[in-house]
Design a protein around this ligand. Structure first.
Ligand code: FAD
Length: 413
């Protein structure tokens, strides 16, 4: 939806035209991948954006991003350990923030989970149209980020299926999509989809997003917002990108909150960018990053961000069982998986829990006017694919706002 962007003013006549427009100050709540994409999208359109978030050392993240770029331009490699230690220090995420835990595969795979009731034909068609649009917009943005040295890499992904399925709605969006087969640990041959997509090193990517937002003149205020506090924000328009925090902030009792676990492992020498998963378990290997094993997903005990013991054991078990299968034959993964089999949890350098929100019919992207006359644009509950959909969802949220703005935004009158 590039065509809907309002240009920044460059001359006098444009400035006076600009002053006729609705108040350009907007607030974004939340600084995960969804909030950052939302804030950058709005700032690129010329709005003055303030992010309110109850976590993150934004200035430290920007410095870190600058440092990485200098080292990269001098061709000086940065060791994994250093990278992780710096991000730990600077990211200081709110425990459980989903964006830090994500495996980082661009894949709109599980908008509807197996356990959800099936959609009827018309509903599926309508939702797939919406999701395809979100996916296409996001895909273009991630593609443009490949040259930015910001943790986004092209990666060949294999999605292992239980049984042959009809082609997914995103088959036409992904590069070199093909149907194939792979061998399961019990020796059975499973159908699979294979495609080239993006693998995203989340800490590095978040650092980039903070720098990009600062370059655009954005401001971050560290603050936890309660529902009552929304009405006292100075901005007349508020984009709510709080992920699982939306349950409390928007009294949304329909959404489900789940938590997932990512285990980081030392990569074997020569590991290539590659990823493989079956919807319940992923292995992701990116250059310059630890190999990630994810994810146990549970809706139990989401109020604690301690790694769930059963999930932890399940992930190690799955990794061990894959050590001698076809999954391990993917470049560089065999050594890492054998290490898990031999050393168990001793092979794990770090466990990260992420808490995220899901809704039955996909994310809530919707604008409304509050009792206090504020326009609230909700953009949350992207479930298992919030990073994937973030840029498309950000543009869709702006469209939702502009759709109701002319008649209801107080500043527009
Ligand atoms: C283990 C795991 C693996 C995953 N793998 C993938 C993957 O491969 N690909 C993919 O696309 N997605 C993946 N996901 C899903 C993805 O991580 C989420 O959908 C995405 O990170 C959600 O981003 P968000 O910005 O909405 O939420 P978050 O990252 O949780 O950010 C929410 C923000 O809101 C702030 N906040 C919340 N409440 C308030 C409040 N009241 N006041 C102020 N600030 C508040 C928080 O501090 C935080 O900054 C995975 C998730 C997990 C857990």
């Amino acid at each position: 939806m590039v065509g809907m962007h309002k240009p920044r003013s460059t001359g006098r006549s444009q400035e006076s035209a600009e002053s006729q427009k609705p108040n350009p100050h907007v607030a974004v709540i939340g600084a995960g991948v969804v909030g950052m994409a939302q804030a950058i999208t709005l700032a690129e359109m010329g709005y003055k954006v303030t992010i309110y978030s109850d976590a993150q050392k934004s200035s430290a993240l920007q410095l870190y991003d600058g440092f990485i770029r200098i080292m990269h331009s001098l061709s000086i490699p940065i060791p994994n350990r250093f990278n992780e230690a710096m991000l730990d220090l600077m990211l200081k995420p709110k425990p459980g923030m989903a964006s830090v835990a994500a495996s980082g595969i661009f894949q709109p795979y599980a908008l509807i989970r197996k356990e959800d009731e099936p959609l009827n034909g018309g509903e599926r068609e309508r939702l797939e149209k919406v999701w395809t649009e979100l996916t296409e917009t996001s895909y273009k943005r991630f593609k443009s980020l490949l040259s930015e040295n910001c943790g986004v890499e092209e990666i060949r992904h294999t999605e292992v299926l239980e049984a042959r399925e009809q082609m997914p709605f995103y088959a036409n969006v992904m590069k070199d999509f093909r149907e194939t087969t792979t061998r399961a640990p019990d020796g059975s041959v499973k159908p699979a989809w294979e495609f080239t997509t993006f693998g995203v090193e989340m800490g590095r990517y978040l650092a980039y997003l903070h720098r990009r937002f600062a370059e655009l003149g954005g401001r971050i205020v560290i603050k936890h917002l309660t529902p009552a506090a929304l009405s006292s924000l100075p901005e007349p328009v508020i984009f709510n990108c709080t992920g699982a925090g939306a349950r409390e902030l928007r009294h949304d009792n329909e959404m489900r909150v789940a938590k997932g676990l990512t285990l980081l492992l030392k990569p074997a020498k020569g590991a290539q960018p590659v990823s493989i998963g079956d919807g319940d378990f992923d292995i992701v290997s990116l250059p310059g990053a630890r190999v990630k094993l994810g994810c146990g997903y549970t809706e139990q005990k989401t109020d604690t961000t301690e790694p769930d013991k059963a999930d932890y054991a399940m992930i190690l078990g799955k990794a061990s069982s894959q050590a001698h299968t076809e999954w391990a034959r993917f470049n560089g993964l065999a050594g890492t998986l054998r290490e898990v089999k031999a050393r168990g949890s001793a092979a794990v350098s770090k466990a990260i829990t992420g808490v995220f929100a899901t809704k039955k019919r996909g994310p809530r992207i919707e604008a409304s006017v509050s009792d206090h006359g504020k326009v609230i644009v909700d953009n949350y509950a992207h479930g298992y694919c919030g990073m994937t959909l973030s840029w498309g969802a950000a543009e869709a949220a702006v469209r939702e706002w502009l759709r109701i703005d002319a008649s209801t935004c107080p500043a527009a009158s």
